[in-house]
Design a protein around this ligand. Structure first.
Ligand code: GDG
Length: 726
């Protein structure tokens, strides 16, 4: 039976040695662990990761392996050196700052990169040992970005998802990493790549396009012969858990207890892990400014500042801790009174019961990260508001801000705005608070953690089904053999061949795509055989086609079916064609050439083509969108068709297409074997026009009307060579 394996750097378990040096296990109640509990605890499913304890002793490793086995976990053991160079090093000193736009803190050291590769390999090796070919894997986060490709190399068909919990930066930031290409290739080993927000996904796709050279179609990429889907899945929380904890007698009891010490002051809550991405010093500065600007609130409000210890072995984090302590001391010293403390500072973590009492009591939550992939604290605060009173101030740099638009959204760099947001929050009428919180609660209830898990897993299934439905199209050895047999028995064989992308690869200057020696040899031998009728059917102009293919005994169809030429006869047009429309369209295309360096116009007898293969990546795509909508507007009442091809936009008469001309050709020639090969959407018309039993072959692995597909023009040449040799 197939199983599901979750993989993350850290397992959801805490292992400690007690006074008697015996190991104690505490399971973690983090959001991810709760959400994924529905998966990894079922049947023979597993969670693989580091158990959070360093040991070199064989017996202890065996004990831990056994100890967590009953919790469906399997350990990957890391050494002190791994933790230092892979975890604290490359993960937290290279990827974390770069991905959070703190590039000034990022270290780019080859030694750390080597450790990252080494430990990713260590994870991959352990995962591979546990994986069967039909299993499903879900790999989590920035520490393990190379793992998917490492696994894919061993298990080409395994179903594998990857989710990034932190932001994916814009290309301009990501490109700074010397190993950017390897990192992207690593992640692209997955079938489904998930991010918290659409912006993260957009940034990732733009890096893939610029660095790896793969463009996407609505988030789908074709990597080798595999289709990969990229999408956003905003992570939710275990809503009921927080709502129930806040409503529990324990939380109420704690609130009463705290209130006795605090009196009736209003409370502002701030909870984060110690991290520079969370904007804690900026938040404190804004708090200071607030008391300057609104002195009437001195004595009346307090900030509960919870900072959860994290990574405090890393230099930048130590400095941050000292900075926060300094600021808290200064503010408390400046405004504090015997009976009033402006900031209650806790550098530790609290059990859920206490955390929940804080959420419950707070009038305002101040969540102002400089960058945050999602941020769950703000969602937990809203879920804990049983009476729906309370105000959330939220940084627009958090993924959560995309969902929680009912919060007071602020730019964390604008301290003035934070100060005014605090004032607005403290003075917001209760009805308004209830209205906003009701909206946010409804959304958080619906998009909760189990919804997130289901959505991701369903999408992974969909992409796998899509891949397998495409696989049935692959021209495998069996189908090839069958085709060759039919071909050899036939007496009147018709072979339609598209040119660019089918018989040759793409080059940046279309005039340079001349046939090479191998192709010349194939064409000559194919055409020489009297049983074969070869028709080259292309979008090229007739002169180029004649120059390149005229010497062979083949028929030609040029300009997507405008012109036909039976061997050694004259060119003729299929229908009476007009090209007066060109006068009107040409100046429009020229306007776009003027605005887009590197683009150029190709004029054919009955069509016009705007080429952008040499244009800066991104700009070409942008102009294409503008140009096509402009042209579609201009041609709405005419019989013109605007086609987007591979780095081209083509405008032609709607009446003409390859399919129509190919069909006419076929009707006037006898045949007992038909084959058609092509690579782009214009060839789809040819495929559709062919008889049902024809061998239609698409070059590339995208959905097509063709019966079969092959990967590249090289495979096409191999098929033709096999026909010649049969
Ligand atoms: C990363 C991304 C993304 C905090 N203090 C205590 C405590 N917590 C819990 C909170 C919350 C979690 O820690 C923090 O989660 P965040 O999402 O806010 O931030 P990161 O740790 O940076 O998480 C982030 C997340 O991954 C998920 O994808 O949202 O953007 O950076 O659940 O409740 N829990 C307890 N005591 C505390 O004192 N028990």
């Amino acid at each position: 039976m197939s199983k599901t394996i979750i993989v993350s750097n850290r397992l959801p378990v805490k292992i400690q040695r007690n006074e008697k040096k015996k190991l104690e296990y505490h399971s973690s109640a983090g959001g991810l662990a709760t959400g994924l509990g529905s998966i990894y605890k079922q049947g023979n499913n597993l969670w693989i990761g580091w158990p959070g304890i360093v040991t070199n002793k064989k017996e202890e490793k065996a004990e831990i392996t056994q100890g967590i086995q009953k919790e469906s976990m399997f350990p990957v053991f890391l050494t002190e050196e791994d933790i230092r160079d892979f975890y604290e090093g490359f993960s937290n000193e290279t990827l974390w700052p770069n991905f959070h736009y703190f590039n000034q803190y990022a270290v780019y050291e080859p030694r750390l990169w080597e450790a990252y590769k080494r430990v990713n390999r260590k994870f991959a090796d352990e995962i591979i040992k546990k994986t069967d070919p039909d299993d499903t894997l879900w790999i989590h986060d920035y520490q393990l970005m190379l793992v998917p490709d490492m696994i894919r190399k061993v298990h080409p068909n395994v179903s594998m998802g990857f989710f990034l919990h932190i932001p994916f930066p814009s290309y301009e930031i990501f490109r700074l990493i010397p190993w950017r290409k390897e990192i992207l290739h690593g992640v692209l080993g997955s079938d489904l790549i998930g991010f918290h927000t659409y912006d993260d996904m957009r940034h990732f796709l733009s890096s893939v396009s610029r660095i790896v050279g793969l463009s996407n179609n609505q988030g789908q990429l074709v990597v080798g012969n595999r289709r990969v889907m990229v999408d956003s899945f905003p992570m939710g929380i275990d809503y009921d858990k927080y709502a129930e904890a806040a409503a529990s007698p324990e939380a109420l009891e704690r609130e009463v207890h705290y209130r006795i010490s605090l009196g009736d002051q209003k409370l502002i809550l701030s909870i984060d892990r110690l991290d520079y991405s969370k904007g804690i010093p900026q938040r404190l500065q804004a708090f200071d400014m607030f008391f300057e600007r609104y002195p009437q609130y001195r004595n009346k409000i307090s900030l509960i500042l919870v900072v959860v210890p994290s990574r405090d072995q890393v230099g930048k984090y130590k400095e941050l801790k000292e900075e926060i302590e300094g600021l808290v001391g200064r503010i408390n010293g400046k405004y504090g009174k015997i009976n009033w403390t402006p900031i209650h500072f806790f550098y530790r973590s609290f059990p859920l019961g206490e955390l929940s009492a804080f959420y419950r009591m707070a009038d305002v939550a101040l969540v102002t990260p400089m960058r945050d992939g999602m941020n769950l604290v703000c969602k937990e605060f809203i879920a804990s508001k049983i009476n729906r009173k309370g105000v959330l101030i939220l940084s627009e740099m958090c993924g959560a801000s995309k969902e929680l638009s009912d919060a007071i959204l602020i730019n964390p760099n604008d301290l003035n705005q934070i100060v005014e947001a605090i004032y607005r929050a403290l003075t917001m009428p209760e009805e308004e608070q209830i209205l906003h919180n009701t909206n946010m609660q409804n959304s958080l209830k619906r998009y909760n953690i189990s919804h997130w898990v289901d959505l991701f897993m369903n999408s992974l299934n969909i992409i796998k089904e899509m891949q397998s439905s495409m696989q049935t199209h692959k021209l495998d050895d069996l189908s090839l053999e069958k085709m060759l047999k039919e071909f050899s028995k036939a007496e009147k064989r018709v072979i339609f061949l598209d040119y660019d992308g089918t018989l040759t690869g793409f080059v940046s200057d279309p005039r340079e795509a001349k046939p090479d020696e191998e192709l010349i040899d194939i064409m000559r031998r194919l055409a020489k055989e009297p049983k074969n009728s070869v028709v080259v059917i292309s979008g090229r102009d007739k002169d180029t086609l004649q120059e390149w293919m005229g010497e062979f005994n083949v028929d030609l169809i040029a300009e997507h079916g405008v012109w036909t030429r039976e061997h050694s006869k004259d060119w003729k047009t299929v229908v009476a064609m007009k090209n007066t429309w060109k006068k009107e369209i040409l100046p429009v295309l020229e306007l776009y050439v003027n605005r887009t360096p590197g683009s150029f116009i190709e004029e054919k007898d009955f069509s016009l083509v705007w080429h952008y293969r040499k244009v800066e990546t991104g700009l070409g795509e942008l102009r294409t969108r503008e140009l096509t909508s402009h042209l579609k507007y201009l041609s709405s009442n005419s019989n013109l068709q605007v086609l987007e091809g591979d780095m081209v936009v083509e405008i032609k008469d709607r009446e003409v297409n390859k399919g129509r001309t190919a069909l006419q050709w076929l009707q006037s020639h006898e045949h007992d074997f038909v084959m058609a090969i092509g690579d782009d959407f214009t060839d789809e018309d040819t495929f559709k026009a062919m008889p049902k039993d024809a061998y239609t072959i698409k070059v590339g692995s995208v959905t097509s009307a063709a019966r079969f597909n092959v990967n590249t023009y090289k495979d096409v040449r191999n098929v033709l060579k096999a026909m010649l040799a049969y």
